[in-house]
Ligand binder design. Structure first.
Ligand code: COA
Length: 340
């Protein structure tokens, strides 16, 4: 477990990326900024007021960190113009844009849009919706993708897990899209496979999950639920023909070779999957928490995927170490997007 987390940080450090942390008013964020800079994981821009940062974390040495205050920065007007141009068709005015650009999360998203940083991390003291909306509004999705989604890299406990040969699984979408359509599920699968490769370093074998395995729950009463997942398999094969992906599977049929042999004997993915795509946020959110709390897996994320440039959302209960790791993941995503 430790080795995968260390590898993520080491690989991030090798890229020399710059990441903006938008919440200079939060002690954990200020401490993380100093640690990230000291360990060389990334260069950090902290959005906030220098005096306020020193007040919330008086013992922290911020000498390696750039602190930018949207209320006094000469860049705020430049960013406001970028925001105006990006949103004028949606009713944005120059005056509203100038006001909005002073907001720290929007300022961070605009820094990313302008190319002044390589990635964005926020959410230690803001909700998911408030953290991601600036990104959804101005960064938008990557070419070829219509949806921003999220996944967790689930790292197996140190004692090991007999089904987890690669040391990690990927679970999606457990945190962002409430009830994806077939098309959206297919895109979530393709994005999650890319994240499995770039962040966890595993060769993806994707299972599209359901309460049904290959038609076992195909009662007319549940047709909508099962056919949504089945259709997503068809679409995913169309958009990513080389990706190993199959379904619909129950979780045990996707994971356990003996169950797969009975329930889906013709599928090479059944019993072998390492990327699990849940049919909606209810299933996904409950699923990852069961793996975390009962299975002893460490959940890294939610990792946002599908943005044109990397943005990530922290949990409000995050620790300094969680912030450090999220910045490392963000730097790796920037590297992966540049290599596309
Ligand atoms: C992410 C989330 C905030 C988006 O909320 P929303 O209400 O759809 O946001 P908005 O309507 O303001 O949309 C903002 C823009 O983002 C776009 N957008 C919203 N969701 C998107 C997605 N998943 N992918 C791509 N674009 C998206 C909208 O189309 C809109 O674009 P536009 O303004 O240019 O037309 C919402 O899906 C959400 O709250 N999800 C649950 C998050 C949560 O609570 N998680 C906690 C569990 S851990």
């Amino acid at each position: 477990m430790t080795s995968m987390l260390d590898r993520i940080k080491k690989n991030a450090a090798a890229l020399g990326k710059t990441v903006v942390l938008c919440e200079g008013e939060d002690k954990r964020v200020v401490e993380a900024a100093a640690q990230i800079s000291k360990e060389g994981i990334a260069k950090v821009v902290l959005v906030g007021n220098v005096d306020e940062c020193k007040k919330v974390a008086p013992d922290v040495d911020l000498s390696g960190v750039t602190v930018v205050d949207p209320l006094t920065s000469e860049k705020t007007a430049v960013y406001a113009n970028i925001l105006y141009e990006a949103r004028k068709a949606k009713g944005m005015t120059p005056e509203l844009a100038l006001e909005a650009a002073k907001d720290r999360t929007m300022f961070g998203a605009l820094m990313l849009k302008a190319g002044d940083v390589d990635g964005y991390v926020s959410g230690a003291c803001h909700s998911t919706a408030n953290t991601l909306r600036p990104g959804l509004q101005v960064i938008k999705t990557a070419p070829g993708t219509d949806i921003v989604s999220s996944c967790f890299v689930m790292i197996a406990p140190e004692s090991g897990n007999k089904y987890c040969k690669d040391g990690a699984f990927v679970f999606a979408d457990c945190a962002l899209n409430i009830c994806p359509t077939s098309e959206q599920l297919a895109e979530i699968a393709v994005s999650s496979a890319a994240t499995a490769k770039s962040i966890a370093g595993i060769e993806p074998k994707v299972a599209m999950l359901s309460f049904s395995t290959k038609g076992s729950g195909n009662d007319a009463k549940f047709a909508d639920t099962v056919s949504k997942v089945r259709e997503s398999v068809r679409i995913a094969h169309e958009i990513a023909p080389d990706l190993e992906l199959d379904g619909e599977f129950q979780f045990d049929a996707a994971l356990v070779p003996a169950v797969a042999a009975i329930k889906a004997p013709d599928s090479r993915t059944a019993g072998n999957a390492n990327v699990f795509v849940f049919p909606d946020i209810n299933a996904g959110n409950i699923g990852y928490k069961i793996a975390e709390r009962l299975g002893g897996f460490v959940a890294v994320g939610p990792i946002c995927q599908g943005f044109a440039k990397p943005l990530n959302d922290l949990s409000r209960g995050c620790s300094v170490e969680d912030i450090v790791l999220t910045v490392a993941v963000t730097a790796l995503q920037s590297g992966a997007l540049n290599n596309r």
